[in-house]
Ligand binder design. Structure first.
Ligand code: NAD
Length: 334
């Protein structure tokens, strides 16, 4: 790697100003030779000439996976700094075999998702969504009612997955009067205790939580992890929160539980996504749907860009990356 690496952006240009506002762009240009062209698709013939000199690719949302042809056109390429979360499908096998350094902004992207989950857990526990709906629908007649089933004292939150997001959420839940339990087959009791939570089996988590919040990656073993039996075992009136991926949930079974009114749900992700226009979930008072916005949006993108800027500075200084992704992690990662 040269002292001033030559860098090419490969991402949807619409994200560039939010990822790299002027202060971050200034840091980038102080560290590296930045090609002003922002390539949306490295397979374009025009990208080949640029790739010939590229040592570092800064990739992001909208960049299709790199191909062997792309790598062949980039003989000087040493590192791929991804401003998105998952890098699972970013490189062909050859990219890993060539020893390219790969870094991701998944840790920065975990922050807003965990904040979203925290906010939803607290507001739902307070009864805000349902009471606000009734207040509006009944034009204020609910004022002064007693709400014995509302509140965040002593409620049990079941976190599925000590992922980056799951761990950050556990930290954010700590100051509250909640009882947090965790299910993650890769985290034993001692490791859970270090996170300040109790490790439980999946069956106990579903059966005994007031809120179940899913933060595991979408991998073959988590497909329909939340199945009909798991949902049926949840407490009457419990809340199901999904910011992970729709594929983790049996949506037919979830829809039946929600239509019956036995459970409520907050879903930032669904299967399919979006739901069909005639899905009953759109109209239920016990369901809140958001359009896959828990991850970085708006000014949160600067944290993703900032991660790449910091990683580039480390590369240029000959220091190790802080957010390096190793191929061996991929099967159990988002
Ligand atoms: N809604 C959004 O906008 C948004 C944004 C970012 C990520 N996500 C999703 O959030 C989830 C977590 O993302 P992340 O980057 O924190 O993940 P991550 O890559 O950090 O997760 C990996 C960890 O998940 C745990 N895990 C693996 N298999 C598991 C299983 N079978 N059961 C329970 N836990 C298991 C393991 O501890 C593993 O180390 C993913 O599904 C991801 O796609 C959603």
């Amino acid at each position: 790697m040269t002292e001033r690496p030559s860098v090419l952006f490969a991402l949807d240009p619409v994200h560039l100003p939010l990822l790299f506002p002027p202060d971050l762009m200034a840091r980038l240009t102080a560290t590296a030779d930045i090609d002003p062209t922002v390539v949306a698709d490295l397979r374009d013939p025009g990208a080949r000439r640029l790739l010939g000199e590229t040592e570092v690719l800064i990739t992001g949302w909208g960049c299709p996976p790199l191909t062997v042809e792309t790598l062949d056109a980039a003989p000087k390429l040493r590192a791929v700094l991804h401003t998105g979360g998952s890098v699972k499908y970013l490189l062909p096998d050859e990219g890993w075999e060539r020893g390219l350094l790969v870094s991701s902004a998944a840790t920065a992207n975990a922050l807003p998702v965990a904040e979203y989950a925290l906010g939803m857990i607290l507001l739902a526990g307070k009864g805000v969504f349902q009471l606000a709906g009734r207040y509006r629908d009944e034009r204020g007649f609910t004022l002064g009612e007693v709400h014995p089933h509302v509140g965040n004292v002593g409620r049990r939150v079941g976190v599925i997955g000590a992922s980056r997001i799951g761990r950050r959420l556990i930290e954010l839940l700590r100051p509250h009067d909640l009882d947090v339990v965790l299910h993650d087959p890769y985290v034993d009791e001692a490791a859970a205790a270090r996170l300040g939570v109790r490790a439980v089996g999946a069956a106990e988590l579903f059966r005994e939580s007031d809120i179940v919040t899913v933060h595991a990656p979408a991998v073959p073993e988590t497909d329909h992890l939340v199945d009909r039996a798991a949902l049926a075992s949840m407490r009457d009136g419990a809340l199901f929160l999904n910011t992970a991926r729709g594929s983790l949930v049996d949506h037919r079974a979830l829809t039946a539980e929600l239509v019956s009114g036995r459970l409520s749900a907050i879903l930032d992700v669904t299967d399919p996504e979006p739901l069909p226009a005639d899905s009953p979930l759109w109209g239920l008072p016990n369901v809140l749907l958001t359009p896959h916005i828990a991850g970085s949006q708006g000014n949160e993108l600067r944290r993703l860009g900032g991660t790449a800027v910091d990683e580039l500075a480390r590369l240029a200084a000959g220091h190790p990356l802080h957010h390096r992704v190793h191929r061996a992690e991929l099967p159990h990662a988002a």
